[in-house]
Design a protein around this ligand. Sequence first.
Ligand code: PMP
Length: 425
Amino acid sequence: MAQAASASASVATTVADAATDLDPAAIRRDFPLLVAHPELIYLDSAATAQKPQAVLDALLDFYTHHNANVHRGAYTLAADATLAYEAARGRIARFVGARDAAEVVFTRGTTEALNLVAGAWGPANVSAGDTIVVTEMEHHSNLVPWHLLAARTGCRLRVVPITPDGRLDLDGLDALVDETVKLISVVHISNAVGTVNPVADIVAAARRVGAKVLLDAAQSVPHRKVDVAALGVDFLAASGHKMLGPMGIGFLWARASILADMPPWQGGGEMIRRVTPTDSTYADPPQRFEAGTPSVADAVALAAAADYLDRLGLDACAAHDASLVAYALERLGDAPGVRIAGPLDAPSRCGSVAFTVDGVHAHDLATLLDGDGLCVRAGHHCTMPLHTRLGLAATARASFQVYNGTADIDALVAGIARARGVFGV
Ligand code: PMP
Protein backbone atom coordinates (compact mmCIF):
# COMPACT_ATOMS: atom_id res chain seq x y z
CA MET A 1 0.00 0.00 0.00
CA ALA A 2 2.78 2.36 0.99
CA GLN A 3 4.67 1.43 -2.16
CA ALA A 4 1.68 2.37 -4.28
CA ALA A 5 1.58 5.73 -2.53
CA SER A 6 5.28 6.18 -3.24
CA ALA A 7 4.86 5.31 -6.90
CA SER A 8 1.98 7.72 -7.36
CA ALA A 9 4.17 10.54 -6.12
CA SER A 10 7.13 9.68 -8.32
CA VAL A 11 7.19 13.00 -10.15
CA ALA A 12 7.57 15.06 -6.99
CA THR A 13 10.13 12.54 -5.79
CA THR A 14 12.33 12.95 -8.82
CA VAL A 15 12.30 16.72 -8.60
CA ALA A 16 13.00 16.98 -4.87
CA ASP A 17 15.61 14.18 -4.70
CA ALA A 18 17.46 15.71 -7.63
CA ALA A 19 18.16 18.69 -5.39
CA THR A 20 20.68 16.65 -3.41
CA ASP A 21 23.78 14.65 -4.29
CA LEU A 22 22.61 11.55 -2.48
CA ASP A 23 20.57 8.80 -4.09
CA PRO A 24 18.45 7.33 -1.29
CA ALA A 25 17.31 4.36 -3.39
CA ALA A 26 20.94 3.36 -3.99
CA ILE A 27 21.90 4.06 -0.37
CA ARG A 28 19.02 1.87 0.83
CA ARG A 29 20.80 -1.08 -0.82
CA ASP A 30 23.68 -0.61 1.66
CA PHE A 31 21.33 -1.36 4.58
CA PRO A 32 20.62 -5.08 5.00
CA LEU A 33 17.49 -4.58 7.12
CA LEU A 34 15.97 -2.30 4.50
CA VAL A 35 16.89 -4.75 1.74
CA ALA A 36 15.39 -7.66 3.69
CA HIS A 37 12.21 -5.65 4.30
CA PRO A 38 11.55 -3.67 1.13
CA GLU A 39 8.04 -2.85 2.33
CA LEU A 40 9.38 -0.84 5.30
CA ILE A 41 9.39 2.94 5.22
CA TYR A 42 11.62 3.65 8.15
CA LEU A 43 11.01 7.14 9.52
CA ASP A 44 12.37 6.68 13.04
CA SER A 45 16.09 7.30 12.67
CA ALA A 46 16.06 9.89 15.48
CA ALA A 47 15.30 6.97 17.81
CA THR A 48 17.89 4.74 16.17
CA ALA A 49 19.25 4.58 12.65
CA GLN A 50 19.52 1.46 10.51
CA LYS A 51 23.01 0.05 10.05
CA PRO A 52 24.90 -0.20 6.76
CA GLN A 53 26.61 -3.44 5.72
CA ALA A 54 29.98 -1.80 6.42
CA VAL A 55 29.09 -1.52 10.12
CA LEU A 56 27.84 -5.11 10.32
CA ASP A 57 31.01 -6.25 8.52
CA ALA A 58 33.19 -4.39 11.03
CA LEU A 59 31.45 -6.15 13.94
CA LEU A 60 31.79 -9.57 12.34
CA ASP A 61 35.40 -8.92 11.32
CA PHE A 62 36.37 -7.90 14.85
CA TYR A 63 34.81 -10.98 16.44
CA THR A 64 36.09 -13.28 13.67
CA HIS A 65 39.68 -12.06 13.47
CA HIS A 66 40.64 -9.70 16.31
CA ASN A 67 38.65 -10.55 19.43
CA ALA A 68 40.66 -10.25 22.63
CA ASN A 69 40.47 -7.96 25.63
CA VAL A 70 42.28 -4.67 25.23
CA HIS A 71 45.13 -2.95 27.08
CA ARG A 72 46.34 -5.99 28.98
CA GLY A 73 47.46 -8.71 26.63
CA ALA A 74 51.13 -9.51 25.90
CA TYR A 75 50.15 -11.58 22.86
CA THR A 76 49.66 -10.39 19.28
CA LEU A 77 45.89 -10.87 19.13
CA ALA A 78 45.37 -8.67 22.19
CA ALA A 79 47.77 -6.07 20.84
CA ASP A 80 45.78 -6.06 17.57
CA ALA A 81 42.51 -5.58 19.47
CA THR A 82 44.04 -2.70 21.40
CA LEU A 83 45.30 -1.10 18.21
CA ALA A 84 41.86 -1.43 16.61
CA TYR A 85 40.15 0.08 19.67
CA GLU A 86 42.56 3.01 19.90
CA ALA A 87 42.36 3.55 16.14
CA ALA A 88 38.58 3.81 16.55
CA ARG A 89 39.09 6.47 19.23
CA GLY A 90 41.34 8.41 16.86
CA ARG A 91 38.75 8.06 14.09
CA ILE A 92 35.99 9.49 16.28
CA ALA A 93 38.30 12.30 17.42
CA ARG A 94 38.88 13.26 13.77
CA PHE A 95 35.16 12.92 13.06
CA VAL A 96 34.33 15.67 15.57
CA GLY A 97 37.43 17.81 14.97
CA ALA A 98 39.14 16.99 18.29
CA ARG A 99 42.82 17.85 18.58
CA ASP A 100 43.75 14.71 20.46
CA ALA A 101 42.31 11.18 20.57
CA ALA A 102 42.72 11.26 24.37
CA GLU A 103 39.87 13.78 24.48
CA VAL A 104 37.42 11.05 23.42
CA VAL A 105 35.96 8.80 26.12
CA PHE A 106 33.89 5.88 24.86
CA THR A 107 30.58 5.50 26.67
CA ARG A 108 27.42 3.46 26.11
CA GLY A 109 25.81 6.49 24.47
CA THR A 110 24.74 10.08 25.03
CA THR A 111 22.98 9.23 28.27
CA GLU A 112 26.08 7.72 29.81
CA ALA A 113 28.26 10.58 28.53
CA LEU A 114 25.95 13.12 30.20
CA ASN A 115 25.88 11.11 33.42
CA LEU A 116 29.68 10.95 33.34
CA VAL A 117 29.94 14.75 33.27
CA ALA A 118 27.26 15.19 35.93
CA GLY A 119 28.71 12.41 38.08
CA ALA A 120 32.45 13.19 37.80
CA TRP A 121 32.89 16.83 36.75
CA GLY A 122 29.74 17.89 38.64
CA PRO A 123 30.60 17.23 42.30
CA ALA A 124 34.19 18.45 41.76
CA ASN A 125 33.13 21.77 40.26
CA VAL A 126 29.62 22.55 41.49
CA SER A 127 28.41 23.20 45.02
CA ALA A 128 25.49 24.75 46.89
CA GLY A 129 24.81 28.24 45.56
CA ASP A 130 26.04 27.36 42.06
CA THR A 131 23.77 27.07 39.05
CA ILE A 132 23.44 24.74 36.08
CA VAL A 133 21.50 26.14 33.12
CA VAL A 134 19.44 23.76 30.99
CA THR A 135 16.59 24.41 28.56
CA GLU A 136 12.96 23.44 28.32
CA MET A 137 13.80 21.58 25.13
CA GLU A 138 16.12 18.98 26.65
CA HIS A 139 15.87 15.24 26.34
CA HIS A 140 15.34 13.72 29.79
CA SER A 141 18.90 12.43 29.67
CA ASN A 142 20.09 16.05 29.77
CA LEU A 143 17.81 16.89 32.70
CA VAL A 144 17.73 13.97 35.12
CA PRO A 145 21.54 13.78 35.65
CA TRP A 146 21.43 17.47 36.69
CA HIS A 147 18.48 16.79 38.99
CA LEU A 148 20.61 14.10 40.63
CA LEU A 149 23.56 16.50 40.88
CA ALA A 150 21.32 19.16 42.44
CA ALA A 151 20.09 16.67 45.05
CA ARG A 152 23.70 15.71 45.79
CA THR A 153 25.31 19.16 45.92
CA GLY A 154 22.51 21.65 46.60
CA CYS A 155 23.15 23.47 43.31
CA ARG A 156 20.21 25.03 41.49
CA LEU A 157 18.89 24.60 37.97
CA ARG A 158 17.75 27.45 35.78
CA VAL A 159 15.79 26.78 32.65
CA VAL A 160 15.88 28.64 29.32
CA PRO A 161 12.24 28.70 28.17
CA ILE A 162 11.04 27.92 24.65
CA THR A 163 8.78 29.93 22.36
CA PRO A 164 5.40 28.59 21.17
CA ASP A 165 7.08 27.53 17.90
CA GLY A 166 9.67 25.44 19.71
CA ARG A 167 12.77 27.64 19.64
CA LEU A 168 14.93 28.64 22.57
CA ASP A 169 13.78 31.98 23.92
CA LEU A 170 17.16 33.60 24.45
CA ASP A 171 15.82 37.08 25.31
CA GLY A 172 16.42 36.54 29.01
CA LEU A 173 19.67 34.59 28.61
CA ASP A 174 22.00 37.31 29.85
CA ALA A 175 19.95 37.75 33.02
CA LEU A 176 19.79 33.98 33.50
CA VAL A 177 23.53 33.42 33.10
CA ASP A 178 25.13 35.17 36.05
CA GLU A 179 28.32 34.52 38.01
CA THR A 180 26.77 31.56 39.86
CA VAL A 181 26.45 29.59 36.60
CA LYS A 182 29.06 26.84 36.23
CA LEU A 183 27.64 25.02 33.23
CA ILE A 184 25.14 25.48 30.43
CA SER A 185 24.03 22.08 29.17
CA VAL A 186 22.03 22.32 25.97
CA VAL A 187 20.83 20.18 23.11
CA HIS A 188 22.31 21.01 19.69
CA ILE A 189 19.31 19.78 17.68
CA SER A 190 16.04 18.93 19.38
CA ASN A 191 15.08 15.28 19.05
CA ALA A 192 11.42 16.27 19.49
CA VAL A 193 10.88 19.29 17.23
CA GLY A 194 14.12 19.35 15.24
CA THR A 195 15.13 22.89 16.20
CA VAL A 196 18.78 23.72 15.51
CA ASN A 197 19.98 25.79 18.44
CA PRO A 198 22.31 28.82 18.20
CA VAL A 199 25.33 27.35 19.94
CA ALA A 200 27.49 30.46 19.37
CA ASP A 201 25.08 32.65 21.38
CA ILE A 202 25.06 30.16 24.23
CA VAL A 203 28.85 29.83 24.24
CA ALA A 204 29.16 33.65 24.28
CA ALA A 205 26.83 33.90 27.32
CA ALA A 206 28.79 31.18 29.13
CA ARG A 207 32.16 32.78 28.38
CA ARG A 208 31.06 36.09 29.92
CA VAL A 209 30.85 34.39 33.33
CA GLY A 210 33.48 31.68 32.87
CA ALA A 211 30.92 28.87 32.68
CA LYS A 212 31.42 25.67 30.68
CA VAL A 213 29.14 24.52 27.84
CA LEU A 214 28.04 20.93 27.29
CA LEU A 215 26.46 20.16 23.94
CA ASP A 216 24.10 17.20 23.57
CA ALA A 217 24.93 16.35 19.98
CA ALA A 218 22.91 13.11 19.78
CA GLN A 219 20.84 14.48 16.90
CA SER A 220 23.42 16.64 15.14
CA VAL A 221 26.36 14.26 14.72
CA PRO A 222 24.25 11.90 12.54
CA HIS A 223 23.38 14.63 10.03
CA ARG A 224 26.04 17.28 9.66
CA LYS A 225 29.68 18.09 10.25
CA VAL A 226 30.11 18.77 13.95
CA ASP A 227 33.43 20.35 14.83
CA VAL A 228 34.14 20.86 18.51
CA ALA A 229 36.81 23.51 17.85
CA ALA A 230 34.51 25.56 15.60
CA LEU A 231 31.61 25.23 18.05
CA GLY A 232 33.78 26.36 20.97
CA VAL A 233 32.04 24.10 23.50
CA ASP A 234 33.75 22.30 26.39
CA PHE A 235 31.96 18.94 26.34
CA LEU A 236 30.07 17.11 23.61
CA ALA A 237 28.00 13.96 24.02
CA ALA A 238 26.77 11.65 21.24
CA SER A 239 25.40 8.17 20.55
CA GLY A 240 26.76 5.76 17.97
CA HIS A 241 23.45 4.11 17.15
CA LYS A 242 21.93 7.32 15.79
CA MET A 243 24.89 7.85 13.43
CA LEU A 244 24.48 4.43 11.75
CA GLY A 245 26.73 2.67 14.29
CA PRO A 246 25.90 -0.06 16.81
CA MET A 247 23.77 0.35 19.91
CA GLY A 248 25.64 0.43 23.21
CA ILE A 249 28.48 2.71 22.08
CA GLY A 250 28.77 6.48 22.12
CA PHE A 251 31.24 9.02 23.31
CA LEU A 252 32.02 12.04 25.38
CA TRP A 253 34.44 14.56 23.95
CA ALA A 254 35.87 17.04 26.45
CA ARG A 255 38.78 19.46 26.41
CA ALA A 256 41.99 17.74 27.53
CA SER A 257 42.51 20.25 30.36
CA ILE A 258 39.04 19.52 31.76
CA LEU A 259 39.44 15.74 31.58
CA ALA A 260 42.86 16.01 33.22
CA ASP A 261 41.28 17.62 36.31
CA MET A 262 38.20 15.40 36.45
CA PRO A 263 38.06 12.71 39.13
CA PRO A 264 37.02 9.20 38.06
CA TRP A 265 33.35 8.32 37.84
CA GLN A 266 33.14 4.54 37.94
CA GLY A 267 35.87 2.43 39.52
CA GLY A 268 37.26 -0.88 38.30
CA GLY A 269 39.84 -2.45 36.05
CA GLU A 270 41.58 -0.46 33.32
CA MET A 271 41.10 2.96 34.93
CA ILE A 272 43.81 2.66 37.61
CA ARG A 273 47.49 3.38 37.93
CA ARG A 274 48.14 1.55 41.23
CA VAL A 275 45.84 -0.28 43.64
CA THR A 276 46.39 -1.39 47.23
CA PRO A 277 43.70 -3.09 49.33
CA THR A 278 42.74 0.27 50.78
CA ASP A 279 43.62 2.86 48.16
CA SER A 280 44.09 3.52 44.45
CA THR A 281 45.50 6.05 42.05
CA TYR A 282 44.09 6.60 38.62
CA ALA A 283 45.16 6.41 35.01
CA ASP A 284 45.31 9.44 32.77
CA PRO A 285 42.31 10.27 30.56
CA PRO A 286 40.67 8.73 28.67
CA GLN A 287 41.32 5.41 30.47
CA ARG A 288 40.48 7.05 33.81
CA PHE A 289 36.85 7.20 32.63
CA GLU A 290 36.60 3.76 31.02
CA ALA A 291 36.34 1.32 33.93
CA GLY A 292 36.04 -2.33 32.98
CA THR A 293 36.07 -4.04 29.60
CA PRO A 294 34.98 -1.58 26.94
CA SER A 295 32.69 -2.30 23.96
CA VAL A 296 35.64 -2.84 21.66
CA ALA A 297 33.84 -4.28 18.64
CA ASP A 298 31.16 -1.61 18.88
CA ALA A 299 33.78 1.14 18.96
CA VAL A 300 35.48 -0.34 15.90
CA ALA A 301 32.11 -0.55 14.11
CA LEU A 302 31.32 3.02 15.15
CA ALA A 303 34.50 4.08 13.36
CA ALA A 304 33.20 2.20 10.31
CA ALA A 305 29.97 4.22 10.58
CA ALA A 306 32.01 7.42 10.63
CA ASP A 307 33.86 6.19 7.52
CA TYR A 308 30.54 5.46 5.82
CA LEU A 309 29.14 8.93 6.59
CA ASP A 310 32.38 10.58 5.47
CA ARG A 311 32.30 8.59 2.23
CA LEU A 312 28.83 9.97 1.53
CA GLY A 313 30.08 13.38 2.64
CA LEU A 314 28.54 15.11 5.63
CA ASP A 315 27.78 18.20 3.60
CA ALA A 316 25.82 16.04 1.15
CA CYS A 317 24.07 14.33 4.09
CA ALA A 318 23.15 17.72 5.55
CA ALA A 319 21.86 18.98 2.19
CA HIS A 320 19.83 15.80 1.73
CA ASP A 321 18.34 16.16 5.19
CA ALA A 322 17.54 19.83 4.58
CA SER A 323 15.67 18.97 1.39
CA LEU A 324 13.68 16.21 3.15
CA VAL A 325 12.79 18.49 6.06
CA ALA A 326 11.67 21.24 3.66
CA TYR A 327 9.62 18.74 1.66
CA ALA A 328 8.05 17.28 4.82
CA LEU A 329 7.14 20.73 6.13
CA GLU A 330 5.52 21.56 2.80
CA ARG A 331 3.59 18.29 2.38
CA LEU A 332 2.54 17.99 6.03
CA GLY A 333 1.76 21.70 6.12
CA ASP A 334 -0.72 21.21 3.28
CA ALA A 335 -2.21 17.99 4.69
CA PRO A 336 -5.72 18.44 6.19
CA GLY A 337 -5.86 18.16 9.97
CA VAL A 338 -2.08 18.09 10.44
CA ARG A 339 -0.43 20.56 12.83
CA ILE A 340 3.34 20.74 12.84
CA ALA A 341 5.14 21.25 16.16
CA GLY A 342 8.27 23.39 16.16
CA PRO A 343 9.66 25.91 13.69
CA LEU A 344 7.93 26.04 10.31
CA ASP A 345 10.94 27.28 8.36
CA ALA A 346 13.17 24.47 7.14
CA PRO A 347 16.58 26.09 7.83
CA SER A 348 15.75 26.27 11.56
CA ARG A 349 15.40 22.54 11.83
CA CYS A 350 17.15 19.29 11.10
CA GLY A 351 16.40 15.59 11.03
CA SER A 352 12.74 15.33 11.89
CA VAL A 353 9.24 16.74 11.78
CA ALA A 354 6.84 16.19 14.69
CA PHE A 355 3.14 16.78 14.30
CA THR A 356 -0.34 16.08 15.58
CA VAL A 357 -3.39 15.11 13.58
CA ASP A 358 -6.72 16.55 14.71
CA GLY A 359 -9.02 13.82 15.99
CA VAL A 360 -6.37 11.06 15.87
CA HIS A 361 -4.18 10.33 18.89
CA ALA A 362 -0.49 10.08 18.02
CA HIS A 363 -0.31 6.49 19.28
CA ASP A 364 -3.33 5.43 17.20
CA LEU A 365 -1.80 7.18 14.21
CA ALA A 366 1.53 5.37 14.64
CA THR A 367 -0.31 2.03 14.95
CA LEU A 368 -2.36 2.65 11.81
CA LEU A 369 0.71 3.82 9.88
CA ASP A 370 2.47 0.63 10.93
CA GLY A 371 -0.16 -1.24 8.92
CA ASP A 372 1.16 0.64 5.86
CA GLY A 373 4.78 -0.32 6.64
CA LEU A 374 5.52 3.15 8.01
CA CYS A 375 7.65 3.36 11.16
CA VAL A 376 7.10 6.63 13.05
CA ARG A 377 7.44 7.33 16.75
CA ALA A 378 4.60 8.60 18.94
CA GLY A 379 4.69 10.04 22.43
CA HIS A 380 6.67 12.70 24.25
CA HIS A 381 10.02 11.52 22.82
CA CYS A 382 11.63 11.84 26.28
CA THR A 383 10.91 15.58 26.26
CA MET A 384 8.03 15.96 28.71
CA PRO A 385 8.86 19.59 29.64
CA LEU A 386 8.83 20.61 25.96
CA HIS A 387 5.54 18.84 25.31
CA THR A 388 4.02 20.36 28.46
CA ARG A 389 5.08 23.85 27.39
CA LEU A 390 3.62 23.35 23.91
CA GLY A 391 0.40 22.01 25.45
CA LEU A 392 0.76 18.66 23.71
CA ALA A 393 0.25 15.28 25.39
CA ALA A 394 1.96 13.50 22.52
CA THR A 395 3.18 14.04 18.97
CA ALA A 396 3.97 11.74 16.07
CA ARG A 397 7.49 12.19 14.73
CA ALA A 398 8.90 11.33 11.33
CA SER A 399 12.69 11.42 11.31
CA PHE A 400 15.06 10.99 8.42
CA GLN A 401 18.36 9.53 7.37
CA VAL A 402 20.34 9.14 4.19
CA TYR A 403 18.20 6.17 3.05
CA ASN A 404 14.98 8.22 3.07
CA GLY A 405 13.62 9.96 0.02
CA THR A 406 10.66 12.22 -0.66
CA ALA A 407 8.57 9.17 -1.66
CA ASP A 408 8.70 8.14 2.00
CA ILE A 409 7.15 11.47 2.97
CA ASP A 410 4.50 11.09 0.26
CA ALA A 411 3.69 7.68 1.72
CA LEU A 412 3.44 9.24 5.18
CA VAL A 413 1.02 11.91 3.99
CA ALA A 414 -1.10 9.26 2.24
CA GLY A 415 -1.04 7.14 5.41
CA ILE A 416 -2.20 10.08 7.52
CA ALA A 417 -5.12 10.64 5.12
CA ARG A 418 -6.10 6.97 5.46
CA ALA A 419 -5.84 7.19 9.26
CA ARG A 420 -8.13 10.23 9.26
CA GLY A 421 -10.57 8.22 7.18
CA VAL A 422 -10.54 5.36 9.70
CA PHE A 423 -11.34 7.85 12.47
CA GLY A 424 -13.93 9.65 10.34
CA VAL A 425 -12.24 13.03 10.74
N1 PMP B 1 19.71 13.44 23.75
C1 PMP B 1 19.01 13.49 22.61
C2 PMP B 1 18.77 14.80 21.93
C3 PMP B 1 18.49 12.32 22.06
O1 PMP B 1 17.80 12.36 20.94
C4 PMP B 1 18.74 11.10 22.72
C5 PMP B 1 18.17 9.80 22.18
N2 PMP B 1 16.83 9.89 21.81
C6 PMP B 1 19.49 11.10 23.88
C7 PMP B 1 19.96 12.31 24.37
C8 PMP B 1 19.81 9.84 24.62
O2 PMP B 1 20.59 9.02 23.80
P1 PMP B 1 20.87 7.50 24.16
O3 PMP B 1 19.54 6.91 24.48
O4 PMP B 1 21.47 6.96 22.91
O5 PMP B 1 21.80 7.48 25.30
